[in-house]
Design a protein around this ligand. Sequence first.
Ligand code: AMP
Ligand code: MG
Length: 401
Amino acid sequence: MPSPVPSEPSFPMNVSVPEARTMLAALLPDPVAETVAVADAAGRFLFADLEARVSHPSATESALDGIACREADTVTAGPGTPVRLLVVGESRAGVPFAGRVGPGECVRIYTGAPVPDGADAICPVEQLQDDGPDAVHALRPASGADIRLEGGDFRTGEVVMHAGTRLTPARLALAVSLGHAQVSVRRRLRVALLSTGDEVREPGTALAPGQVYDSNRYGLAAMLREAGCDVLDLGHAPDSPERLAERIGAAGGADVLLTSGGVSMGKYDFMRDLLLEQGRVSFWKVRLRPGGPAMLGGWRGLPVFGLPGNPVSSLVVFQVIVRPALTGETPFTLRLRAATPFRALPDKTAYWRGNIEGGTVSDYPKQGSGVLRSLSDTGALVIVPEGRPVQVGEDVEVMLF
Ligand code: AMP
Ligand code: MG
């Protein structure tokens, strides 16, 4: 059988990781808006900038339990020289003091309660001694630093979060505090998922020698959901061009299809042949390890990203290329000190699995692209650029996994 790989391919080969991301992102539909209740918005991505509808704090308030008074009255207060102040009222959260604090006066105040007119400082309850019900001794000067100014956190009309921001729990809480009961978020991308391989088996069934459980489809589905996508599970197809084509036909309505396996150089890598012969190819092979054989193309209008079958390769390529394209998020990396050397490859960026400990990162001893434990036992992908090995003690870029 002649090789379906043309000797002079009309598509790019051996693209870089950023090129692969950009090319996949270009095939995805533009974001579509959807309004959801804040209770359902965790993990979603904002469609538009989000403005504050209120100011926070909504009034100038106390950060502590204590008294509100005039700072000038208490400047001489110290452990041996308490200052006596007359208690003229109380301000508590939701029930402010209506009057004004005059010289030598104070009101008892609690965290979050409005600071009354006339007062400009707080003395915490730990620094007070009661002198009967109507007076206190301040044991140290009151401070204006314990007053939270109205709008000090954000003001009405201020853009506080930008379009594309993922609503983490903290950002969701912030959206509520900005005054939103509903938010406009991007419709979830619908991602069809198909694994391939005659040897690949469902969990819960017995394995014959040479067979392997379909770990990729489960791992990838979990990563897709974590990335805020809807998963259309197409199950698993054997290594047969007809059966593959039939399964891909079931991806109707999906925005993109992710496949696992069948894109390498082997005779039975039919995913590759299908796209080469009957579909479109946007690129084949990316300059990274693990995951070099990844392929991008299309099948009758449906964008198709072919992940390699090796378990580490498929999850790493998802994390490094597919996830950023689906979410629009730039992968977060940090720099850590290398506790062991890290090998460089001449023509590929390496994503070695590494263990993080005490501000350093060390090489995991088994880096094979079939060794799933290298991902589960560690927490980091150590990014080693093409041809630039890392010595002990050097700083290296790390992506958390
Ligand atoms: P392939 O990319 O199809 O050549 O597969 C490469 C390696 O990954 C082989 O050892 C396969 O058995 C293994 N593999 C392929 N698909 C899966 C899968 N869905 N889950 C786990 N391992 C797989
Ligand atoms: Mg295969």
